[in-house]
Design a protein around this ligand. Sequence first.
Ligand code: LFR
Length: 479
Amino acid sequence: MSLRLAAVDLGASSGRVMLGRVGADVLELTEVHRFWNGPVRVHDTLHWDVLGLYRETLAGLRSIGAVDGIGIDSWAVDYGLLDGEGRLLGNPVHYRDARTDGVMERVLRTVPAEDLYSVTGLQQLPFNTLYQVVAEPLLAQAKSLLMIPDLLGYWLTGRPGAEATNASTTQLYDVRARRWSEDLARRVGLPPEVFPAIREPGDVIGPILPAVAEETGLDPATPVIAVGSHDTASSVVAVPATETDNFAYISSGTWSLVGLELPAPVLTAEARQANFTNEGGVDGRTRFLKNVMGLWILQECLRVWATDELTQVLKEAAAAPAFGALVDPDDSMFLAPGNMPARIDEFCDRTDQTKPASRGAVARCVLESLALAYRRTVRQAQEVTGRAVDVVHVIGGGSQNELLCQLTADACGLPVLAGPVEASALGNVLVQARALGAPLPDLTALRALVRATHPLRRYAPQGKLADWDAAESRVFGTR
Ligand code: LFR
């Protein structure tokens, strides 16, 4: 017997509604509906079109047919505010918006970075929810704050709440006590009452509202189930690690989330100085990782070149000479949307490098720079935690990028196992299935099912590691 489950999986550049079939030895996904997502600039502010995302979610649910459950995951840190009647105040702002410029520095003057880290374990990123909320003009009118998947879940069921993995990305969540840090909220001037009760992945949120049942044609008893609602938490569930516990993962999409899965947070000074995050995982695991800027830079290049021919651009990159210009992809100059080829030129000017002269050379520069950043992060993670890494799992859309996977293996000097592609949707349906009683007791069983049903591609390291050592010292010096 298998379950039919709807995964609503919202990424920063596209959203999809997927039908999952999950049973003891079955795990299949079919895409039912895919739609564009991205920043919408109105005057000076970058927004998400959250009502559009809800409309497309409903459209997907309308065409999926009867399901046993619905789970929602999305990118992290962003939120909607509700008034006392549960009405949305304003339009959620995109984390790449400039309203947080300088806010982190301001907050750190009142709350030292050490205090923030010892409570939340979170990496410093200028767009963490904490810094957004401090810059939020609508906060005074707000009665509650819902993270994006919780907001959609609320619209579907009428039940507000805060799913733990996504709450853990706010920098307002106590990572050890596993609840909101009211103390921290007060210290930065936020009313702790706006944060709803925490729910865990696997909790049933509630049945869909009658109006939603009518609009979608679904049975009104269909439950919405909390999953690892942070997309990265869901994708880490689907890391098909069955050979060794010594694995690192790269959840590769718009961002590359590079790190380890740990049984508990690591809140040492070394972890803080290396800017590792301790985000909450499914089953109480810790996602000890760093955000690397990811394929965002290449996506923005394609936008500027007015092409969607990624395959062709990657061919050109494969043919371009190795180790030309290299950039630090995590430089803050690459965070906001814009002309990335021009910013790469600017980086080259600043660092006395020859600018890449063709589209292929630009793409090669981005991919080699990412591979270098991955290598650096995997090595730092091992140093900071004292754990060894024998294999790197690349999951998510970027696992299809053969050149990037090979460069990652070469740079890290480690085998790369690539796949599955739809990791977050798989993690989403797996956690739902378990909540509904499927015989999949723990993460080991969930991962074994992914491994048994999804082919992986293995990349062995090639070339000379010494070339990457030289490249690394060229970009990062001795830092
Ligand atoms: C990936 C992701 C990252 C998070 C970034 C912004 O989709 O969720 O984990 O840091 O988006 O929310």
